[in-house]
Ligand binder design. Structure first.
Ligand code: SF4
Length: 451
């Protein structure tokens, strides 16, 4: 049996696609090998979101070549898409496939074995107009399954290289999404996370369908689904129809990740984001009114070129005022090939670090404040894994629907099940909880919480 080893860099979508590529190999009779062992084929799924992504990808490629110089080395993913020539120039690389045509990978391997000539299978991603179906029936993670619903992005934010690596927006056929969701639920997953490159842009390339309709259809047509999470949604995509779908649904969780990046209109304009702070605030107010207790997490880029102290302060104040429940804070890092990398007034590292620090402190404080509202409440948790810091304590860690991370006494059989837990001590990053009971067969997480 031939063997294949994978290494994945970067985001959730890449990890998802590695699983899809593994399916293709499995169907051809391959066995999966550990990346550190000797395999016949190595697949490196690369990332290019930052310059460091490129560098790390190159290191991993070289490591695979050293492991087995006779293996077929196949490089795919975002960095492969944007810079195939750079990758082909690394000694030992045999095949390069970008972010499409993954199904050609195995025929390319056969071709390579015959001809022993390097193959560049990267084509122009900007011409791709149709979502490429790749099925992922199972994941290594037992508790949540990712479900990719779209590819590409039309936004071209000035700091981001991703549209060049992924192409323009292509939505997956709704029926295929629903069918895939049902298969995942039937395989035992309680939670599905809708993912993509610009996830909630779903439907922008369709005529009579949109993201809100997909949410409603998933809610209605997928039997046995307990939790539906949206990996990310932009403020401009939080439409009244999406809010209504969330309100009506028993499965869509009380959590939205809405990347803000900055809360200064002038910075947002330089970033070429598609919303203003007024729009953002309006959406937040509406959400909070309709969905009390909703957790809102966000991403912030600190030290974008030209960011003044006043602009940073606007961001800080907005976040403090609107009480986000957690932030992912990134210092701006130049991505070669993007307009922002060429902008003047790059912010010095020490200023960026100091601002990052201030925002992280704010995030910690807001996270604690958010969690404290739920002390003494009984919530539903899906235990995911043993609490690593005290592996023999019997404690497991899992998330509530509104994304509180909870430590609770549980057992191995409860992993991946819905369990009622009383929050005894709110905190951050962990809340402490007391096991109440397993409620795996009850239907609605929201009804259960409010009952
Ligand atoms: S919305 Fe902006 S940051 Fe997000 S993938 Fe598109 S271009 Fe990149």
């Amino acid at each position: 049996m031939p063997s294949v080893a994978f290494q994945t860099l970067g985001c959730k979508v890449n990890h998802y696609e590695t699983e899809a590529i593994w399916q293709l190999f499995q169907n051809e009779g391959y066995e999966r090998a550990d990346f550190e062992s000797t395999a016949d084929v190595y697949v490196i799924n690369t990332c290019t979101v930052t310059n460091t992504g490129d560098k790390k990808s190159r290191q991993v490629i070289r490591r695979a070549v050293r492991k087995n110089p006779n293996a077929v080395i196949c490089v795919t993913g975002c960095y492969a898409q944007t810079s195939p020539a750079e990758i082909m120039a690394i000694p030992g690389v045999d095949i390069v496939v970008g972010t499409q045509d993954r199904t050609k990978m195995i025929p390319y391997i056969e071709q390579y074995k015959q001809e022993r000539q390097p193959i560049n299978g990267v084509s122009n991603i900007m011409k791709a107009r149709v979502y490429e179906e790749l099925e992922v029936p199972a994941f290594t993670d037992r508790t949540r399954a990712s479900l990719k619903i779209q590819e590409g992005c039309n936004n071209f934010c000035t700091f981001c290289i991703i549209p060049w690596a992924r192409g323009l927006m292509r939505s997956r056929d709704p029926e295929a999404v629903i069918e895939q969701a049902q298969k995942l639920v039937d395989a035992g997953y309680k939670e599905i996370v809708l993912t993509g490159i610009h996830t909630a842009g779903y439907g922008e390339d369709m005529k009579d369908y949109n993201f809100a309709k997909l949410l409603k259809d998933l809610d209605k047509k997928v039997h046995g689904l307990k939790r539906l999470r949206i990996s990310s949604i932009e403020a401009s995509q939080v439409t009244d129809e999406v809010i209504e779908a969330m309100k009506q649904s028993n499965t869509i969780v009380r959590h939205l990740h809405i990347p803000i990046q900055s809360a200064s209109n002038t910075v947002l304009k330089r970033m070429r984001r598609k919303y203003t702070m007024q729009m953002f605030a309006d959406r937040l107010e509406k959400l909070k009114k309709v969905l009390p207790g909703l957790a809102i997490t966000s991403d912030v880029i600190v030290g974008f070129p030209g960011e003044t102290e006043e602009e940073f302060q606007e961001t800080y104040d907005f976040i403090a005022k609107h009480k986000f429940s957690e932030l992912h804070v990134f210092p701006y890092s130049k991505r070669t090939g993007t307009p922002a990398a060429r902008m003047e007034d790059q912010v010095p590292e020490e200023i960026k670090n100091e601002r990052v620090h201030r925002l992280i402190e704010l995030s910690n404080q807001l996270a604690k404040e958010y969690a404290s509202q739920f002390e003494e409440e009984v919530l539903e948790v899906i235990p995911e894994e043993v609490y690593k810091e005290e592996p023999n304590s019997g404690l497991y860690v899992g998330y509530t629907d509104n994304y509180l991370k909870v430590k609770v006494q549980a057992s191995e059989e409860m992993v991946g099940k819905l369990v009622k837990v009383k929050i005894t001590k709110a905190g951050y990053p962990y809340n402490e909880g007391q096991f109440v009971r397993v409620i795996d067969n009850e239907i609605s997480s929201k009804t259960a919480i409010s009952s």
